[in-house]
Design a protein around this ligand. Structure first.
Ligand SMILES: [Zn+2]
Length: 674
């Protein structure tokens, strides 16, 4: 490779609204939750951790000084139980599962700076110091409590939280327990917390979760029981002021965010805590948005800066669960699709904050269309042309005054993409950041067609023009490599290598992607780099759905029954589910249609022709049966995903009566009807 140390670098030759501030060496501290070791890592864990990793790589690309922390949560009743079930001592059990988590991260190209365990001696000491400190200040008191205890949640539930007398998450009736325990005066900080959330709009995002927390806080907050008697549980951190109790697992776990940066004395603590950002899934919103800030307040510390809350991955439109046998394991995914495809897929497919669906078909489609086709073909095509028409080296461009409007438009679009990418990555809108990149990939593919380098190559007088087109393609591809680095690190490096820029790639910052003329003329490229081979549909999809209950004998019997009948397999192609109606409204300009929002279990919109039979308000909370795998359709411009089943009665006067089908007993939204 030829290095030209003083290679001419040109700014985009016209003004763009670029950056007003530069954030060099600002600290960034970002964490995943510490994962509870009562289960092996699955797609949900992988997602949270990939998001956090991509964000921390993005911050590094912005020049920040980043600390990225993950870890495992290893105390509590459920762990003690899981260990007993596995026939292991708790410590041996947690060592084994914690190692499984630790071993998963390199497979996903996740590079945390700190991996903390709540059984670490330093963490245990920090938790005890904090407990003593809060106790000494009078914010922990001893009292008798009788309440409804859910073992699954490992906490007392309030009456309000119950649904039909049961824990909504575990679907069991909580046990009435009366016992003496220690309590944290959480209620004391309620007004402060409401104030803090209201005056800091970015404290909890996306906004729907901020609203959820504020709505919860509109009722009086109860104090938090933070101990468990050793008569019931010993696998926990002993309270420093009473050896008959261990610490409630959340009070222990949340403190990891401080331990990992050396609270209270390490300079790293002062440096990073002020900018702490936590990434979590919505199931642990309450501990992070309510317990944790009030605990910090009681410790006289500032709260964290931002809490980023994401939704759930449903697998083949069903909530992922062990009992359904549709748990997706990170290793299987990486083995089947490659790590960069997995990272790209989860970041591109999910709108951060909302639920999303995983399926083998969806990841395959993204791989073949976005990666192999759009990006991969563009890349190999461009390099082949540089090889063929410019002797395998980055050509010298013609004078900027010769640039065509088409060139300028493309350069402007590339620079605008970098700006949009940056804003969206910063705001945790990863899918939008990637959308912006793929728009430019589309423009580049069109630019090749319009400018047809193979035609230019036929005419020697077009030599300058040909070199400019190839130069522009190489420069744009390098910028794409830069912005894809946080999402697909190996692919980005491969692109930079092929463009002859591999050696200095690790030190690139995002501002470099706003310069043109970064690759020195004469730099040798490596053609023949295939970024993503096309993949065929797998014989055994990773997301094995509900196991097929039909036995061959049954199918034969059904076939033997003859015409007009359908086989069990035919019936199975119709996916019926229980759906809960959560919102209903009239469709403007239609007297027949209602727009319904249902949960099954993910939220979807269904437009139903029932307006003459039901008024919207009576439908809320009703559990109906839907066809969940209907092809989406648009009705009065509203996308409808599914169909609601209703019985139709023909009246004597020729009119019809419609009655919605419902279920006879309480059953969770999303349950399959078969
Ligand atoms: Zn529960």
């Amino acid at each position: 490779m030829i290095l030209t140390p003083d290679a001419e670098r040109v700014r985009t030759p016209f003004r763009l609204p670029l950056f007003t501030t530069q954030r060099f060496s600002m600290p960034t501290y970002v964490t995943t939750p510490i994962y509870y070791v009562n289960a092996m890592p699955h797609l949900g864990h992988a997602y949270t951790t990939i998001v956090t990793d991509a964000y921390s790589r993005f911050r590094r690309l912005c020049g920040d000084d980043v600390r990225f922390q993950t870890g495992t949560d290893e105390h509590g009743e459920k762990i003690a139980e899981a260990a007993a079930k596995a026939g292991e001592a708790p410590q041996a059990y947690v060592d084994r599962i914690a190692a499984a988590f630790r071993d998963t991260w390199p497979l996903l190209a996740v590079q945390p700076d700190t991996i903390i365990r709540t059984t670490d001696a330093a963490h245990i000491k920090t938790v005890q110091d904090i407990l003593q400190q809060v106790y000494d200040r009078g914010d922990i008191y001893f009292s008798e409590y009788s309440g409804l205890y859910c073992k699954g949640c490992e906490r007392f539930l309030t009456e309000k939280e119950l649904v039909d007398g049961k824990c909504p998450d575990h679907l069991v009736e909580p046990k009435a327990i009366a016992e003496q325990n220690y309590f944290f005066r959480m209620s004391k900080y309620q007004d402060w917390l409401i104030d803090h959330i209201k005056s800091n709009p970015d404290f909890i995002t996306p906004e729907r979760y901020r609203n959820e927390v504020l709505s919860f806080l509109s009722e009086p907050l109860e104090d938090l029981c933070i101990s468990r008697p050793t008569s019931r549980l010993t696998w926990g951190i002993p309270l420093p002021f009473d050896a008959n109790f261990v610490t409630y697992v959340w009070f222990d776990a949340l403190i990891n965010y401080l331990t990992g940066i050396g609270y209270p004395n390490d300079p790293d603590f002062r440096h990073y805590w002020a900018v702490a950002e936590h990434v979590i899934a919505k199931d642990i919103l309450k501990p992070h948005a309510i317990y944790w800030p009030t605990m910090l307040r009681a410790m006289e510390l500032e709260p964290y800066e931002r809490l980023h809350v994401h939704g759930y991955w449903n697998v083949d439109a069903t909530k992922m669960s062990k009992s359904l046998g549709n748990v997706v394991r990170p290793k299987e995914l990486v083995d089947a699709y490659g790590v960069d495809t997995v990272r790209y897929f989860v970041l591109r497919e999910m709108s951060f904050g909302l639920d999303s669906s995983f399926s083998s078909d969806a990841i395959l489609a993204r791989h073949n269309s976005d990666l192999a086709n759009d990006l991969g073909n563009l890349f190999s095509r461009s390099l082949t042309m540089i090889d063929k028409y410019a002797q395998g080296a980055i050509p010298e461009r013609e004078s900027v005054f010769q640039f065509t409007p088409d060139d300028r438009e493309l350069m402007s679009a590339v620079s605008a993409m970098v700006v949009q990418y940056r804003e969206n990555m910063d705001g945790f809108r990863f899918h939008k950041a990637l959308q912006a990149v793929w728009e430019v990939i589309g423009l580049l593919n069109r630019y090749i067609v319009t400018n047809a380098p193979w035609e230019l190559a036929k005419n020697p007088r077009q030599g300058d023009r040909l070199r400019t087109v190839l130069w522009l393609l190489a420069e744009a591809l390098w910028k794409i490599a830069v912005v894809l680095g946080p999402v697909m690190p190996a692919t980005a490096q491969k692109m930079a290598d092929a463009l002859g820029m591999g050696n200095e790639f690790a030190g690139t910052v995002i501002d470099d992607a706003l310069n043109w003329g970064v690759i020195p003329a004469g730099t040798e490229i490596a053609k023949g780099t295939q970024l993503f081979p096309r993949l065929e549909k797998l014989a055994n999809p990773v997301s094995a759905s509900v196991p097929n209950p039909a036995k061959p004998a049954q199918q034969e019997a059904a076939a033997a029954l003859g015409e007009g009948l359908i086989s069990f397999d035919d019936f199975k192609t119709v996916e019926l589910r229980v759906a809960e109606i959560v919102a209903a409204e009239k469709v403007a300009k239609s007297d027949r249609l209602l727009k319904l929002t249902v949960k099954a279990p993910e939220e979807r919109t269904i437009v139903a022709g029932i307006a003459q039979h039901y008024s919207p308000e009576v439908l809320i909370g009703l559990r109906v049966i839907i066809v969940a795998n209907m092809k989406p359709a648009k009705l009065m411009g509203i996308p409808s995903q599914g169909m609601i089943l209703a019985a139709k009665e023909q009246r004597a006067d020729g009119t019809e009566k419609l009655v919605l089908t419902t279920v006879a007993g309480p059953v969770a939204a999303g349950s399959r009807v078969a």
